[in-house]
Design a protein around this ligand. Structure first.
Ligand SMILES: Cc1cc2nc3c(=O)[nH]c(=O)nc-3n(C[C@H](O)[C@H](O)[C@H](O)COP(=O)(O)O)c2cc1C
Length: 370
């Protein structure tokens, strides 16, 4: 069956304008002027269980591309069923300045050695080659705005979809870092999150430890324990970064499962040095390293998911597994599901092709177009 879904990439720009600031994108975006294809909803007996919620499909968007309720509403209409509200903090926080996202010159998968990567101004000729780096610093609005906007995001979903709210703790002088994680998770609960994902793995938060907690099984377990105790019946997912060391991954997964976390999500972006044509840091001094995302990290994400699934089964951890990293074409969702993910998600891919989920639904014959 030929697709009657309109083409998006490369004819249309991404739904997030990389020339504009994060705030401008939040206020003016999402930049979507396409049609809303009609989705034929699967019968309820085909819905899948996700942490106690029945959802229509195992497709989602992880923390990042859905900046606020307008973006959540768009992704919901375009067939994503696990919608993640971008990472929130306990207080308003500045985003890094523009540029926040640039194309990088990587052909194929990201090299395993830690060589420096280079910026390119050329848009890739196809989705497979969509290679980007991002650095936002997890900026966010104040709690008053968030309470209202997260509730609005939730109200935009339909039956068979869930709202996942991503949270992180902030290190502030004289304040208890772990308490701030708990406070932020409570804010997410109060705002109406169906599921909460705690981010232990952002590579763009510089010297702070916010981004590297996932490398430490004990701290990961301690923070997860405190959050689980406080949020009660709202399931907690822990977001991890790529981890090559299987023994360490086993320890982290065991530790968060013991803490009462119900799920694990990986991977986050992979931190690498990126320079421009003159050899200077492409995102500016102070941001020498940034997170690589899109096509080149798919093999890393798949490796993570295979290892995590194996460990979850072998150690009988009972964790639900959310896979992300490099899903830029609809068939990549299937690669993740086959590798052992319960849920497969796309961040960069869905920004450059918001019809990604609809194309998957079409491939799986659960959608009919006029
Ligand atoms: C624009 C953008 C912003 C992101 N912001 C966050 C964030 O706030 N919190 C988080 O846990 N991950 C964030 N991520 C990481 C994604 O959730 C995902 O783990 C990563 O991009 C790999 O997936 P991808 O290859 O599909 O982009 C962000 C990614 C992108 C592209």
């Amino acid at each position: 069956m030929a697709s009657s879904l309109p083409l998006w990439f490369p004819d249309h720009p991404p739904i997030y304008d990389i020339q504009k600031s994060y705030m401008d994108n939040a206020e003016e975006g999402p930049f979507f002027d396409g049609a809303y294809p009609e989705r034929t909803l699967p019968p309820k007996e085909k819905w899948v269980d996700f942490l106690g919620h029945k959802i229509m499909s195992p497709l989602g968007v992880p923390a990042g591309p859905l900046l606020n309720s307008k973006y959540i509403a768009l992704a919901s209409k375009l067939g994503f069923d696990v919608l993640t509200y971008k990472t929130i903090r306990s207080a308003a926080h500045e985003t890094h300045s523009v540029p926040n996202m640039i194309y990088i010159d990587v052909n194929g998968q990201l090299p395993r050695n830690e060589s420096t990567l280079h910026q390119t101004n050329k848009q890739p000729h196809d989705m497979e080659h969509l290679a980007v780096t991002n650095s936002f610093g997890m900026g966010c609005y104040d709690p008053k705005y968030l309470l209202k906007d997260i509730a609005k995001a939730k109200a935009s979903l339909i039956d068979g979809q869930v709202l996942n709210v991503s949270v992180v703790g902030t290190q502030r002088p004289g304040e208890d870092f772990i308490k701030d994680f708990v406070k932020t998770a409570l804010l997410a609960k109060e705002a109406g999150a169906d599921i909460i994902t705690v981010n232990f793995s952002c590579p763009n938060v510089g010297k702070h430890t916010e981004g590297s907690i996932y490398m430490d099984p004990k701290t990961s377990g301690d923070i997860a324990t405190r959050i689980v105790k406080t949020i009660g019946d709202v399931p907690l997912v822990v977001k991890l970064g790529y981890m090559e060391d299987r023994a360490r991954l086993t320890d982290v997964l065991t530790s968060i499962a013991r803490a009462g976390a119900r799920g694990v999500c990986g991977i986050n972006t992979i931190g690498r040095k990126v320079t421009n044509a003159s050899g200077a840091p492409a995102l500016g001094v102070g941001r020498e390293t940034s997170g690589i995302c899109g096509g080149p990290i798919r093999s890393y994400g798949l490796e993570f998911v295979k290892n995590a699934r194996d460990i979850i089964v072998t150690e009988a951890l009972g964790l639900t597994l959310l896979g992300v990293g490099g899903v830029v074409k609809p068939e990549h969702f299937d690669e993740y599901l086959s590798a052992g993910a319960d849920i497969a998600m796309s961040a960069t891919g869905m920004m450059w092709n918001p019809y990604l989920a609809m194309r998957w639904h079409e491939m799986h014959n659960v959608i009919i177009y006029d």
